[in-house]
Write a protein that binds this ligand. Structure first.
Ligand SMILES: *Cc1c(COP(=O)(O)O)cnc(C)c1O
Length: 379
């Protein structure tokens, strides 16, 4: 309604905003997020409290309880600007990670850290090597800064490090690798990642996206290669295992020199005060992290057992989500929504016969499994 009104008001103008826009804006692909619970509930006439979202890899156990408590006690101080340098969080996290405080960069989600990398390093003519079905944000950031994405097809849903190495040229500015990848959940073995990083020429920045590292038993560790002076930026997030997706906070770690450059291009107060308080408390909430890890492991097993029992193909996952082959993904997505189960259709990633399903609690997984059985015509 409002959109129509604005359009008709503007119709007398001879020059539109679209005429004025930076042309790269029109070429920018549109990110399709998981659908919010309220929206789906309204669309299908459902009770929002009965609608479950397994669409954005959020933590089904909710917010870290320690973070929640800290935030509640902090709200009345929200009239103050945040600490632009994230001092407390920086101290705490650097100790936990065994890094110098100056090696950290904080962002409004790790997606913002990726954008800071673009701001600081990507220029027209630069190439950025990435998997063809990698997390889409690398491509969005690359295009936004008028660099060229070089997309290397996955093999068996997994990043092909050999082909990615061969795609590197004198124009390559960066290469992005998610470990594990979203949406496929696949993980390149740590020794192969290390070998790949060591093989990179000096002018190439290796970006390791570790959004799900806390779910892994033995994540690849690039800290000593960073200390050696290799060009590496690792990104992590509080959105997943810490349950803080709505707060928007993530971080990168790299050399102090690189962090200084990234900090130059960020907005002074890019990470809000409440998110900082939540993240500091969440780092202490080891019980919650452990419970989240256990819940995820059990849930993955539950869903895989179901798939095996029904001979449904899936892609073995190291994350808190799984790709399941359902035939007509758009149709099954729709029929799950009708019964209040939101998952993610995968056509935008080139997997139209798959759904990406975030691992829920045991009872959420059961509801999803029942809905899926019905949609697929199992009795
Ligand atoms: C969820 C996710 C992120 C996290 O993004 P935030 O901006 O920190 O919420 C980053 N990378 C991948 C691959 C993800 O799946």
């Amino acid at each position: 309604m409002r959109g129509l009104l604005l359009k008709s008001k503007m119709s007398t103008a001879k020059i539109s905003y679209t005429d004025l826009v930076n042309p790269i804006v029109l070429k920018q692909p549109v990110y399709e997020p998981g659908k919010p619970i309220e929206l789906v509930a309204r669309e299908f006439g459902l009770d929002p409290d009965e609608t479950i979202k397994l669409a954005s890899n959020e933590n089904p156990l909710g917010v870290s309880p320690q973070a929640l408590e800290a935030v509640r006690g902090f709200l009345n101080r929200s009239y103050l600007y945040p600490d632009g340098g994230c001092y407390l969080l920086r101290q705490k996290l650097s100790q936990k990670m065994g890094l110098e405080p100056e090696q950290l960069v904080f962002g409004n989600g790790s997606n913002e850290v990726m954008e800071l990398i673009g701001h600081a390093f990507f220029q027209p003519g630069d190439e950025v090597v990435m998997g063809e079905q990698a997390f889409i944000v690398y491509k969005l950031v690359t295009l936004l800064f008028q660099a060229t994405p070089i997309e290397v097809p996955l093999v068996d849903f997994t990043h092909d490090l050999k082909a990615m190495r061969e795609a590197i040229t004198g124009r390559t500015k960066a290469v992005c690798l998610p470990c594990p990848n979203n949406p496929t959940g696949t993980l390149n073995p740590a020794d192969e990642v290390l070998e790949f990083v060591r093989s990179l020429p000096e002018h190439v920045i290796f970006v390791l996206d570790e959004a799900y590292a806390e779910y892994l038993e033995d994540p690849v560790d690039l800290r000593s290669l960073i200390a050696e002076g290799r060009k590496i930026i690792c990104t992590r997030t509080f959105s997943k295992i810490y349950g803080l997706a709505g707060f928007r906070i993530g971080y990168g770690y790299c050399s102090a020199e690189c962090a200084t450059l990234l900090n130059r291009v960020r907005e002074p107060f890019n990470v809000n005060a409440i998110a900082q308080v939540a993240a500091v408390a969440a780092l202490d909430d080891e019980d919650f992290v452990e419970a989240s890890r256990r819940c995820n492991k059990a849930g993955l097993t539950q869903i895989i057992d179901f798939c095996k029992g029904r001979q449904i193909s899936y892609v073995p996952s190291c994350g808190n989500f799984i790709l399941v082959q359902v035939g007509d993904g758009a149709r099954v997505f729709q029929s799950l929504q009708e019964v209040g189960v939101i998952v993610r259709p995968m056509a935008p990633y080139g997997f139209p016969d798959y759904l990406r399903i975030s691992i829920g609690t045991g009872s959420q997984n059961l509801r999803m499994i029942e809905a899926l059985q019905n949609a697929l015509g199992f009795s």
